[in-house]
Design a protein around this ligand. Structure first.
Ligand SMILES: Cc1ncc(COP(=O)(O)O)c(C=O)c1O
Length: 498
């Protein structure tokens, strides 16, 4: 492999020309990847990493069938969608066949953000309403229209929530408002949406859409309780709004038992609009919005034309068709069920062994490991999570942490992930957790034997430098520590710097 720059030069040039806005994974010691195949990535020294986080390389990095399909079509023709072409209609037909019958009109875009932006336009045009209900901690894309409905982003800035945006609590039964011991969490969380709708109505505003990921990913790998979507849809539709299911991260069979994650809510639930992206092109930029005839007709009857230069071009559609073929031919959904269940089982055994693991949740190859400092209080173990992902990188396993507290290890690998990969990850994680917990135990003893003035002195040293990234949690944790909470953990975390 011929490299243009050394790793150090690449890093320096990135700092100079790309700037700090686009963060890299493992910011303190980024990885330079030069090639990949299946579920493995290789750095410039040929070192192999097991990729547990790349849900874009859905059917496996550089799958030869995808490469071949793109190559063949690229040699023949690539153009915009103003000409008739078989690939576009063939792809639309195949895609529609994976969805409930009502969802039959496709709009092709180049990114998940474009798809969600168009979904908002469709929803607003449908009844002429403007307001949007979104879930707390949600992320729906990088366009202005989507930052506005993404608390994950706008809360990190000046928290300037627009008046047409309404934030509902995340239906998180582990750390949310209504938990696993609630008799009807789906109903209780849906009632929160109903309350928002009533308040909005009383103030003269009108709901255009409720948007949610079918399972919240950036928000911390959250699986909504069954029946929640049906109830929310009923409330939203009763005031002329539509239900948008964002499947950009979680679609295309990741959950195994269904092709789309919203289908886990039950056959009686059908969203009005579905958006998709990432896995769709296995790394090739393609995305899509699928909706009903009624919503599409309302959009067109306004005189609005939708045109997108690259969306649905013959090469993208050839790639998309290859991805759909591979999911079927290699039984990747079956693999997600088998390997996902096995991995969850192994992780649950780790939970029995390691106090830092508060919750294991997941379906298929979408799994979250919620790390806690204290199982009872469910205090997020943010610094510990950062420490673990760096240690796992040393073991050649790529993981990352997300969620509002950045304490949830997320696992969403290419769908060709094997049982052996699952065993390897768990073995490495077990080793890292064992060492970490041992060090926590010995330092806890140390803390107990230390006197208070000394503790205070250490806290004053640098309360904000415990975390690797400059996150809101760093400030939040620092203020909790200043208020006297989590004293033991702050000392421990301080020693966990990677
Ligand atoms: C749930 C969700 N929706 C939309 C997007 C935006 O997709 P893209 O980055 O392709 O614009 C993302 C990207 O991370 C996402 O996670």
């Amino acid at each position: 492999m011929c490299e243009l720059y050394s790793k150090e030069d690449t890093l320096a040039l990135r700092g100079k020309h790309i700037g700090p806005s686009c963060k890299v994974f493992f910011a303190k010691d980024p990885v330079k990847i030069v090639r990949a195949e299946r579920q493995y990535m290789f750095d410039e020294r040929g070192q192999r990493y097991l990729d547990c986080i790349n849900n874009v390389a859905h059917v496996g990095h550089c799958h030869p069938q995808v490469v071949e399909a793109a190559h063949r079509q690229m040699e023949l023709l690539n153009t915009n969608s103003r000409f008739l072409h078989d690939n576009m209609v063939a792809y639309a037909q195949r895609l529609a066949a994976t969805l409930p019958q009502q969802l039959c009109v496709c709009y092709f875009t180049n990114s998940g953000s474009e798809a969600n932006d168009l979904a908002l336009r469709l929803a607003r045009q449908f009844r002429g309403h403007q307001d949007v209900i979104t879930l707390d901690h949600a992320y729906h894309g990088h366009l202005s229209s989507l930052i506005e409905i993404s608390p994950y982003k706008f809360r990190k800035g000046k928290d300037d929530k627009k008046e047409f945006v309404h934030v509902a609590p995340v239906p998180d039964t582990y750390r949310g408002k209504y938990r696993e011991n609630h008799p009807d969490p789906a109903g209780a969380y849906a009632d929160e949406v109903k309350k928002i709708i009533e308040e909005t109505r009383a103030s003269g505003r009108k709901i255009a859409a409720f948007i949610t990921e079918s399972m919240q990913s950036c928000g911390g790998q959250i699986i909504p309780p069954a029946g929640y979507f049906q109830k929310v849809a009923e409330h939203v539709r009763s005031v002329g709004g539509v239900f948008i299911a964002d499947e950009v991260q979680v679609g295309f069979g990741r959950v195994g038992k269904c092709f789309w994650s919203f289908q886990m809510q039950g056959e009686d639930f059908v969203p009005d609009i579905v958006t998709m992206g990432k896995p769709m092109g296995n790394g090739h930029p393609m995305a899509c919005v699928v909706t009903t005839k009624e919503i599409a007709e309302a959009f067109h009857s306004s005189g609005m034309e939708y045109f997108n230069t690259y969306g649905g071009n013959p090469v993208s559609c050839a790639v998309g068709l290859a991805v759909l073929d591979i999911i079927e031919e290699e039984d990747l959904r079956g693999n997600a069920v088998r390997v996902g269940n096995y991995l969850t089982e192994l992780l649950n055994k780790q939970k029995a062994k390691h106090m830092l693991i508060g919750d294991i949740r997941g379906v298929g190859l979408f799994i979250g490991i919620d790390l806690v400092q204290d199982r009872e209080r469910r205090t997020p173990a943010t610094a510990e999570a950062q420490h673990i992902i760096y240690k796992m990188k040393e073991k050649r396993v790529l993981l990352s942490a997300d969620g509002p507290h950045r304490n949830v290890l997320k696992i969403k690998p290419p769908m060709c992930f094997t049982a052996e990969d699952a065993e390897f990850v768990v073995e490495q994680l077990d080793g890292v957790l064992t060492v970490l917990e041992e060090s926590i135990r010995s330092q806890t003893k140390l803390v107990i034997s230390e006197n208070i003035p000394h503790r205070t002195k250490m806290l004053k040293e640098s309360p904000g430098d415990l975390l690797d990234e400059n996150t809101p949690e760093a400030t939040e944790n620092a203020s909790r520590k200043r208020n006297g909470e989590c004293i033991k953990h702050s000392l421990l975390s301080k020693r966990l710097k990677t």
